[in-house]
Design a binder for this molecule. Structure first.
Ligand code: ADP
Length: 476
């Protein structure tokens, strides 16, 4: 069996801020069936999950971060509640905070560089001495992107330099672009390796990972093509590294996202009675949010960011309400303060038509997937997107743009699919998408047919886990 260590800053249920947490929490469960033994390591945060768990220290030492000597320990989960070995890096002062990335002001932590560097260095220091041996290191996003570089360039880690690395890009928008002064925080490396860190005159952790990792994946095939072919600053790099780049569509954890036993739902699916399942969850959601009933219910869950088209939602819904279209909307998310403000203003103007919750709320998210008729995803780009898969699993039709992973997972109802794919990525395109959805909803027979198609699709990890294991096989 190949042994793989997943190195990430998120892993559900320990700590999650978005899709990467879901992926790192689920993929290792499905890899053993493909002959791969996967373990996970993340930083130790002060989340409720960590508070409720017993961890045993397997290594304790200190590391050098520039001029500072920093104490850290590696701890291992002491029970079988996750179906894979789970480790965390405990660095008091840097990671023992409730939020994963954002401070109370809603901005990224000011010591983000120190945090990311210390986390990665601690893992390599541990691996140098550890009895636990991993044949392959699988790094996720730019926060772990310097590990492939350090293995190549830092003498201190020479012993590990033949360890194969796979780097997965969950979101190429975030790159870890740093001033060169940050280089002094890294363990010593020969200046001839400087070029591996550089992109456009800065240290670029994402670019360094693309250059140094043995294989690179994105979380959908279309997103890889978009990054490699569109006019992006990383396009020339991805083109020159093409031979080691693959797009693998994410799957979902069918055990957690299971309508028959979802513990976040007040009404689970019983006796395969989907009508009752949808009706009771919808009515619960409508009552709980004081919305008008007997009309199609749309949902949105996610970061209120430009990427997610959260501004498009605000504009499109506002146009539709002015047009007096009959529908209700429920929105859950947080992010851009301007978008938050305009959504709240819209909810104030039309309190029985739209409800806006500015929060991160796992339970409410599950209830929205289960209770809505349609899920809105007007993303400008979407590396994979998991929401559309969760929605379809719960018989909710996604209304999406034709980009990245959405392109790879949602076909329009007019082409035998189970979603509404909008023609353009703007408010007008989305108004049209909402109008088409409302028309479909009024044709009960058609609506039920498409909802049935969507919930019968298979989004489980099995196929994608097989593709990852084939990549790992290339190494060993
Ligand atoms: P991202 O780009 O943000 O990672 P993904 O579609 O890949 O987007 O994954 C988003 C994940 O985060 C999904 O599991 C979704 O349900 C969850 N999520 C996003 N925002 C919220 C929120 N405000 N409350 C609860 N869950 C959320």
């Amino acid at each position: 069996m190949n042994t793989v260590l997943h190195i990430s800053t998120e892993c559900y249920p320990a700590a999650k801020a978005g899709g990467m947490g879901d992926v790192v929490g689920a993929l290792p469960i499905y890899l053993p069936n493909q002959g791969v033994e996967a373990s996970v390591i993340i930083p130790k945060y002060r989340t409720k999950w960590f508070d409720s768990k017993s961890l045993k220290t397997v290594h304790r030492s200190s590391l050098k971060l520039g001029e500072d000597q920093i104490k850290y320990s590696i701890e291992k989960l002491d029970d079988q509640s996750l179906k894979y070995p789970f480790y965390c890096v405990n660095i008091p002062g840097l990671f023992d905070r409730e939020n994963i990335y954002l401070g109370e002001d809603g901005h990224g932590y000011k010591d983000e560089v120190q945090r990311n560097f210390a986390f990665q260095i601690a893992i390599l220091e541990w691996l140098m001495l550890s009895k636990e041996k991993f044949e392959i290191l699988h790094c996720h996003d730019h926060m772990t992107g310097l590990i492939p570089f350090m293995l190549k360039a830092c003498k201190a880690y020479n012993k590990l330099s033949e360890t194969p690395t796979l780097f997965t890009i969950h979101n190429g928008q975030y790159r870890g672009i740093l001033d060169w002064s940050s280089a002094k925080l890294l363990p010593h490396f020969d200046t001839s390796f400087k070029g591996l860190l550089d992109w456009d005159g800065n240290i670029n952790c994402l670019a360094a990972a693309i250059k140094c990792a043995w294989q690179v994946t994105t979380v959908s095939p279309s997103y890889m093509l978009e990054l490699a072919e569109d006019f992006d600053t990383l396009t020339p790099l991805l083109q020159s590294e093409k031979s080691k780049c693959t797009g693998i569509l994410n799957g979902i954890d069918n055990e957690i996202w299971n309508p028959t036993k979802d513990t976040y739902l007040d009404f689970t699916l019983e006796n395969d009675d989907w009508k009752k399942f949808k009706r009771s969850n919808k009515s619960n959601l409508i009552k709980g949010n004081n919305l008008k009933s007997r009309r199609p219910l749309f949902g949105f869950i996610g970061r209120l960011a430009y990427q997610k088209g959260a501004d498009i939602i605000t504009e499109a819904i506002s146009i539709c309400l002015e047009k007096k279209l009959v529908f209700s909307t429920i929105i859950l998310g947080s992010g851009d303060k301007e978008i938050e403000k305009s959504l709240l203003a819209l909810a104030k103007k039309y309190p029985r038509d739209i409800s806006v919750t500015i929060a991160y709320d796992e339970k409410m998210a599950h209830q929205i997937y289960a209770g809505c008729d349609f899920l809105l995803m007007p993303s400008r780009f979407e590396p994979c997107g998991l929401n559309q898969m969760y929605a379809m699993r719960y018989g909710t039709l996604p209304v999406v743009t034709h980009v990245g992973g959405l392109k790879d997972s949602v076909r329009d109802i007019n082409s035998g699919g189970s979603g509404i794919v909008t023609k353009s990525i703007n408010a007008i395109g989305f108004v049209e998408g909402i109008e088409r959805s409302i028309a479909l909803y009024s044709d009960k027979k058609m609506f039920t047919k498409h909802s049935k198609t969507s919930k019968n699709l298979d989004w489980s990890w099995n196929q994608s886990a097989k593709k990852y294991s084939e990549l790992y096989d290339k190494f060993v």
